[in-house]
Design a protein around this ligand. Structure first.
Ligand code: GLU
Length: 494
């Protein structure tokens, strides 16, 4: 195969959302699989729709997702630029001139009927005013008189067909296409023309894009043929629907990179999940690393039917990726999300605390919710203390556990769990009568993550302090014959 060259061609009208990010993902994985070049091209000719700053946002979104590009904005060099359509005006005019010389296009003086009519096609060859059949003299006369004219492609009167890697051969009658405009009266190219001139100039070998573009492709293949350039391979990805089975769109609130970042879904999980929207690796794997995705990506396994974006499935994929992270990597990823006002942890205390709760974390942003298992809000802690006060065995158990833990040298989950068990033997308590008081004293709850990991996660000082507080409260409570005291100062923070 010649060097694979693909492109992602967003319009700078906003940030990336599930739909267009998925297109970038497929292009990127496919290109990396073949050691090719991935190009970022900016389709910014529709000046009114351009949104200030959105190209920078799109580039940031792509970088976050790890979808690096080889040519385009932000990359030095690249000899097939410029990579912004707004800077390619001369190239469009030059290509139009070549087509005009070859008699493949003609000037049309029909009044501008607006983009809707244009998109529908003229439903017959020629234009409404028959400009295709004007004599040369007549055409020259009108041009000289300064009549505004668009440039239309003279669609040959024969069926147009092309091969789509996903759907096979697609054919359309020339009449359905009509003679479409390639240059507007002011000289600006239409979408289909600009895309083809760019794809030719940038030597794009594979056009991978959403099925929404299928209706444009017949016009584009006619232009490739007319320019005498080999057509690229086309693969149109199935449409992504929302959970409500309606087409996802930015306007209808499709989630985007900003949402994934806020939730703390790892970029690898997002890329993995999006790759499964319309594709599968051909076996039953659903969790794939970047390298595995690159190795497996194949246009032949893209499906044609609509696919549904399922946020719950994305969350599951995210949790699987998080489960595969080392504790250190997880801690690093989670620190920016940590609410330090609620959880006064030093950086080195984060990893052990996370070890207790990591199996529950589906996205980095959930860390705060789960850390409450170790650092409960005051009310829950106090409720736990009250419950403790009604357990006559509690003081004995807590004394024995405290003594055993004080003697532990290496403060690690397994050793700590062992120490609690042997303390239980000493105090004649096991099962619930051992674990409930310990958990209530430490976390305010009878249940929770593995006890050894809770102890390791809290650290020696906090554990001993919390046990002391409970013991004091129990002692005080007994004396006063009523409610425990001495636990009302922010226990979770200590
Ligand atoms: N700018 C087009 C879009 O955002 C992409 C054009 C193409 O892939 O051919 O949908």
């Amino acid at each position: 195969m010649t060097q694979v060259r693909t492109r992602f061609a967003p319009s700078p009208t906003g940030r990336l959302h599930v739909g267009n990010l998925r297109v970038a993902v497929f292009n990127h994985l496919f290109t990396r699989r073949h050691g090719g070049e991935f190009i970022l091209r900016v389709e910014d000719t529709d000046v009114e729709r351009n949104v200030e700053g959105s190209l920078e946002g799109i580039m940031e979104d792509l970088r976050w997702a790890g979808l690096d590009w080889d040519e385009g904005p932000g990359i030095e060099g690249g000899d097939r630029g410029p990579y912004r359509q707004s800077e390619r005006g001369a190239l469009y005019l030059e290509a139009a001139r070549r087509l005009e010389e070859q008699g493949r296009v003609y000037r049309c003086f029909c009044p501008d009927e607006g983009p809707e009519r244009e998109r529908d096609g003229a439903a017959q060859l020629g234009c409404p005013g028959g400009c295709r059949w004007l004599s040369d003299e007549e055409r020259t006369r009108r041009l000289k008189a300064g009549e505004p004219a668009v440039l239309r492609f003279a669609t040959p009167d024969e069926p147009v067909s092309f091969r789509d890697e996903v759907r096979g051969v697609i054919a359309m009658s020339a009449k359905d296409l009509g003679d479409f405009v390639i240059l507007r009266a002011d000289g600006r190219p239409t979408y289909n023309f600009a895309v083809v001139v760019d794809d030719v100039g940038m030597e794009i070998t594979h056009v991978i894009r959403g099925a929404g573009h299928l209706s444009n492709t017949p016009k584009q293949v006619l232009l490739f043929d007319a320019l005498g350039v080999e057509r690229p391979v086309f693969a149109h990805l199935p449409t992504v629907l929302g959970p409500d089975r309606k087409k996802l769109s930015k306007r209808r609130g499709a989630p985007g990179v900003a949402d994934f970042r806020r939730q703390g879904i790892p970029a690898d999980a997002v890329v993995n999940y999006l790759s499964l929207l319309g594709w599968s690796p051909g076996d039953d794997r659903e969790i794939l690393s970047r390298d595995e995705l690159v190795a497996a990506m194949d246009l032949g396994r893209i499906g044609a039917s609509n696919t549904i974006f399922d946020p719950e499935k994305l969350h599951w994929v995210s949790s699987q990726h998080i489960a595969g992270l080392s504790l250190r990597a997880l801690a690093e990823a989670v620190i920016p999300y940590l609410d330090r006002s609620r959880f006064p942890l030093d950086d080195e205390e984060v990893a052990p605390a996370l070890d207790a709760i990591r199996t529950r974390i589906g996205a980095f942003g959930e860390v705060n919710e789960h850390l409450e298992l170790l650092f409960p809000p005051k009310e829950r802690f106090e409720a736990g203390q009250a419950e403790l006060a009604s357990d006559p065995g509690a003081p004995g158990v807590l004394e024995a556990v405290r003594a055993a833990l004080t003697a532990v040298e290496s403060w690690e989950a397994e050793t700590l769990a062992g120490a609690v068990r042997s303390a239980g033997k000493e105090a004649g308590a096991r099962g619930k009568s051992l674990f409930h008081p310990v958990r209530l004293a430490l976390t305010g709850d009878r249940q929770g993550p593995e006890l050894g990991k809770v102890l390791a996660g809290l650290g020696r000082d906090r554990v001993l302090r919390r046990l002391d507080r409970s013991l004091e409260a129990l002692a005080g409570g007994v004396e006063e014959g009523g409610h425990s005291t001495g636990v009302s100062q922010d226990p979770s923070g200590s």
